[in-house]
Design a protein around this ligand. Structure first.
Ligand SMILES: NC(=O)c1ccc[n+]([C@@H]2O[C@H](COP(=O)([O-])OP(=O)(O)OC[C@H]3O[C@@H](n4cnc5c(N)ncnc54)[C@H](OP(=O)(O)O)[C@@H]3O)[C@@H](O)[C@H]2O)c1
Length: 344
């Protein structure tokens, strides 16, 4: 049994980690950090958290990291950036759910995240852990867990680029829609009920930080440059995320080549599902670690439409982190992740 320390356990992704880890047969949470709930039983705040677990403050969790085998960070990029060098110095193995180690260079962070990266020397070591596309090595010390939009977008677009179905140099246009838990639990007027109900709100036009993450992931999987234009939108639901990608097809592409690319690329992927006779949607995947994906080739416009849907808190965050953790533990990647269910 692996002993786990969870930082940021009171947030949306942190609580989701506690929920899944309470069902995991080979993992036990030995410390879960929250300043606001320090001293409280986790169970008192969330009925799906492990019984007997008491939240500790962030400082106390840091003092106790040697009790854990793996540390999971469900914290903001800024907090992760502060914690990771210290944790590695203390010989912890770390899975970071934030964006702090997902990009290639300090310049990328300055441009897309707006901060000066304090540990650029760790960027080459960090393993970007998207199991279906770039599985982290089992001995990884630091795993950068992918972003929610980036996971769905990479799963939708990688087969097309890897198989040379997209016109070289053409930008891939990606439209994303996410529920409000994607923004975290912080209070913010713009995220209050009256502001988000009954409206669809595009945000961070041309500047969302998952843009370079998607480009980097797909480019390294396909071994060719990729150019993405990404527009995220907030929709009035709590969970779930859907991306639609539009890619101009190369001359010789047809519907069969597109269907075959997805069927073959994901034949062995435990958590990627290609729905039959319908498009992916959020309702069937929420509360699960599954990502639905499907693509169609339109002979009239010669554009490929690829759609992926997942739960931003599960396959887009906590579930994927546990999939990576299972790989780091050398056990079946689906361990503890097959419970839960979507649908009506
Ligand atoms: N939400 C999503 O759909 C999603 C998906 C993928 C990735 N992520 C990433 O996951 C991370 C967490 O997101 P979230 O949505 O769960 O955020 P959140 O709901 O706002 O929770 C943030 C957590 O960070 C803790 N925290 C605050 N200051 C801290 C400090 N100095 N040291 C340690 N912990 C501290 C908070 O604990 P207290 O306030 O109790 O002290 C809280 O538990 C972010 O980097 C986010 O980008 C989120």
């Amino acid at each position: 049994v692996q002993r786990l320390i969870v930082f940021g356990a009171s947030g949306y992704t942190g609580l989701e980690l506690l929920r899944w880890l309470s069902l995991h047969p080979q993992a036990r949470v030995v410390a879960a950090s929250s300043d606001r709930w320090a001293g409280d039983p986790a169970f008192a705040h969330s009925a799906t958290a492990p019984r007997g677990l008491i939240f500790v403050g962030h400082k106390e969790a840091l003092a106790r990291v040697e009790e854990g085998d793996i540390v999971l960070l469900a914290t903001s990029a800024e907090v992760s950036l502060d914690l990771v060098p210290e944790l590695l110095q203390k010989r912890s193995r770390v899975i970071d759910l934030s964006g702090a180690f997902r990009l290639a260079s300090a310049e990328d962070f300055a441009r897309w995240y707006g901060f000066a990266h304090k540990a650029p020397e760790l960027l080459t070591e960090a393993a970007y852990g998207l199991p279906e596309i770039s599985p982290p090595p089992p001995n990884a010390r630091l795993v950068a867990n992918p972003g929610c939009y980036a996971t769905a977008a990479a799963i939708a677009v990688t087969p097309l680029v890897r198989r040379g179905l997209v016109e070289d140099g053409a930008p891939i246009v990606i439209d994303g829609k996410s529920g409000t838990t994607g923004a975290g639990r912080k209070s913010d007027e713009a995220l209050s009920y009256s502001e988000v109900a009954d409206t669809v709100r595009p945000y961070r036009l041309l500047s969302h930080q998952h843009t370079p993450e998607i480009e980097r992931t797909v480019a390294s999987a396909a071994n060719k440059a990729v150019c993405v234009l990404f527009t995220p939108q907030l929709v009035p639901m709590r969970r779930g995320l859907l991306v639609t990608a539009y890619a101009p097809a190369r001359q010789e592409v047809d519907a069969e080549a597109v269907a075959r690319a997805f069927a073959e690329e994901y034949a062995d992927a435990r958590f990627v599902v290609i729905p039959k006779d319908r498009a992916p949607e959020t309702g069937t995947v929420i509360h699960t670690n599954f990502c639905e994906v499907a693509a169609r080739f339109d002979p009239r416009t010669r554009v490929i439409t690829a759609i992926a849907a997942l739960d931003n808190l599960v396959k887009g965050a906590a579930g994927q982190a546990i999939q990576n953790m299972n790989r780091m533990m050398g056990i079946d990647e689906a361990t503890g992740l097959l419970a839960g269910g979507g649908g009506a």
